[in-house]
Design a protein around this ligand. Structure first.
Ligand SMILES: Nc1ncnc2c1ncn2[C@@H]1O[C@H](COP(=O)(O)OP(=O)(O)O)[C@@H](O)[C@H]1O
Ligand SMILES: Nc1ccn([C@@H]2O[C@H](COP(=O)(O)OP(=O)(O)O)[C@@H](O)[C@H]2O)c(=O)n1
Length: 229
C-alpha cells in the first residue's frame, strides 16, 4: 500500500505523542517527536551557559546550532524511540519541568526553527512517517495526506503531565505544571514564525473526555479512511 505522511499538531500535553507512537507502531511507520528536538536544543542551551537567567544568548546559539546533532534510537525495553543529543541519551532530561519552562522561547527563534524544520523534512522525504508537534501540518508537511489537530482543557492536560512526571519520580507541583502548559500555549500561538494553529484541512480532536484506547481507535479509523478512501 502507498505510504502517506501523517501530521499531528496541537496544544501541550494533550496526548499527541501517545497516539502518534501507537499509530506508527500499528501501521509500521516511522514516528518522530518534533517537540523532543526543540527540547534537546533547550537542554543544550541550559547545559552550555547559553541562558543567562532568562535571557538567551542568541548570537552564541546561532553560531553553535550546526553543532547540535539530534537523533532518535529505538529503546528495546520501551519499544519507543529515545532522543539523543550529540550522541548522549537525553530522553529523561528533556522531559523535566526545567526544560519545559524554557523550551518555548527557544522554539520561537527563527534560526532554530529553520534548522529543525530542515531536519524534519529530510526525515519525512520518503513518507511513511507520523510526526507530532506544533507546525507539522502548517509548515513542515503542508501536503500531508492526514492532518490532526488535538486539544483538551488546560486542567486535564496539566493533570496528565503531572501524573506522568509523578510516575517517573520527577517532582513538580500541579500548579507549576498548569502554569507552564498555559504559558507555552500562549507563546506557541503568538510567536511570529510558524505559530501554533490548526491547518485549514486538519481534523479537530478534543480528547478531554477520551481514554487512550478511544483516541487510538479514532486515529486508526481516520488513517483507514485516508488510505482506503
Ligand atoms: N486520553 C488520555 N487520557 C489520559 N491520559 C492521557 C491521554 N492521552 C495521553 N495521556 C497521557 O498524558 C500524558 C501526556 O501525553 P503526551 O502524549 O506526552 O502528550 P503530548 O505529546 O501532546 O505532549 C502522558 O503521560 C500520556 O500517557
Ligand atoms: N513542531 C514543534 C514542536 C514543538 N515545539 C516547541 O517545543 C515545545 C515542546 O514540545 P512538546 O511537543 O515536547 O511539548 P509537550 O506537548 O509534550 O508538552 C512546545 O511547547 C513548543 O514551544 C515547536 O515549536 N514546534
Amino acid at each position: 500500500m502507498k505510504k502517506i505522511t501523517i501530521a499531528i499538531d496541537g496544544f501541550s500535553s494533550c496526548g499527541k505523542s501517545t497516539m502518534a507512537k501507537d499509530l506508527a507502531r500499528e501501521i509500521g511507520y516511522i514516528y518522530i517527536d518534533s517537540g523532543a528536538m526543540y527540547r534537546a536544543v533547550t537542554l543544550y542551551s541550559i547545559e552550555n551557559g547559553i541562558f543567562q537567567g532568562n535571557q538567551i544568548d542568541t548570537e552564541r546559539l546561532q553560531k553553535e546550532i550546526d553543532n547540535i546533532h539530534i537523533s532518535f534510537q529505538l529503546n528495546q525495553a520501551t519499544g519507543r524511540p529515545d532522543t539523543y543529543l550529540n550522541g548522549v541519551n537525553v530522553e529523561d532530561k528533556i522531559r523535566s519541568i526545567v526544560v519545559s519552562s524554557r523550551v518555548s522561547p527557544i522554539a520561537a527563534l527563527g534560526f532554530v526553527r529553520e534548522a529543525m524544520v530542515a531536519q524534519q523534512q529530510a526525515m519525512g522525504n520518503s513518507k511513511g512517517i507520523v510526526m507530532d508537534g506544533r507546525d507539522i501540518g502548517t509548515t513542515v508537511f503542508p501536503d500531508a495526506e492526514l492532518k490532526i489537530f488535538v486539544t483538551a482543557t488546560p486542567e486535564i492536560r496539566a493533570q496528565r503531565r503531572y501524573d506522568e512526571l509523578k510516575a517517573k519520580g520527577q517532582e513538580a507541583s500541579f500548579d507549576e505544571i498548569l502554569e507552564n502548559v498555559k504559558q507555552r500555549d500562549y507563546i506557541d500561538q503568538n510567536r511570529e514564525v510558524s505559530p501554533l494553529r490548526k491547518a485549514d484541512d486538519a481534523l479537530l480532536l478534543d480528547n478531554t473526555n477520551m481514554t487512550i484506547p478511544q483516541q487510538k481507535e479514532w486515529l486508526q479509523e481516520q488513517f483507514n479512511k485516508t488510505v482506503k478512501g
